[in-house]
Design a protein around this ligand. Structure first.
Ligand code: GRF
Length: 219
């Protein structure tokens, strides 16, 4: 059984999926703690509801990114995590932080990386007239939304789509499937980062995995 720590900033729908997959044994990990940078993150209630320890490390109380990241690392490391899940964690992290967790930390990003890094990805996909949109799980490195890609889910953008509808579809059809799957693979030791490259089942990954590669439990 691995120790999993989950970082959130918001609603916690991805967190909820992790909670359920862990409880059902499909992810071989226990969620040791859920940590938020915002005291008002609704996701904290989901964790409490599931009997998981929660903690707030409020970024506004620290004079610098470095000071915040140091406090956050201390809070995380108190739980000796094997895996760190950035489940809608909306802070830019310093290299000291990303280096410390390199190979242990996965982020979920709501676009087909490398397209549309940063915020407002659904608006960006629409503005660019993208034929496809989706979400990506990647290893966390110092490059913002730029770490090695692990698993990506895509769908065709309908002509009438709005950013709100698109966000909903990305969450339901992609994020809530690919993030738990990738976390499960990392927890099982199927996934690794070696010299900056993703290894899957002991082989280098030439291209990110896709929805086709999901195990039945995660579809
Ligand atoms: C998700 O779209 C995630 O990809 C993005 O922030 C959102 C978080 O949603 N980084 P939730 O907190 O999991 O509901």
């Amino acid at each position: 059984m691995k120790n999993l720590v989950v970082l959130i900033s918001g609603q916690g729908r991805n967190l909820q999926a992790l909670i359920e997959h862990c409880a059902a044994g499909r992810i071989p990990a226990r969620i040791a703690a859920v940590i938020s940078n915002r005291a008002d993150a609704p996701g904290l209630a989901r964790a409490a509801q599931a009997g998981i320890a929660t903690q707030v490390v409020d970024h506004t109380r620290y004079p610098s990114r470095e000071a915040f990241d140091a406090a956050l690392m201390q809070a995380i490391d108190a739980h000796a995590p094997d895996v760190l899940a950035l489940a809608g964690f909306m802070r830019i992290l310093t290299p000291a932080f990303t280096t410390h967790y390199e190979g242990r930390a996965l982020n979920i990003h709501p676009s087909l990386l490398p397209r549309h890094k940063g915020l407002r990805t659904h608006e960006a996909a629409l503005a660019a007239g993208d034929a496809e949109h989706g979400a990506t799980v990647h290893f966390v490195t110092a490059a913002l939304d730029g770490g090695p890609l692990v698993l990506q889910g895509a769908f065709t953008v309908l002509p009438q789509a709005s950013a709100t509808v698109l966000a909903e579809q990305v969450m339901r059809e992609v994020e809530l499937k690919i993030f738990p799957q990738a976390i499960a693979w990392l927890a099982r030791g199927k996934l690794a980062l070696q010299d900056g490259a993703v290894q899957f089942r002991g082989q280098p990954l030439a291209a990110p995995l896709t929805l086709i590669d999901l195990e039945d439990d995660f579809r």
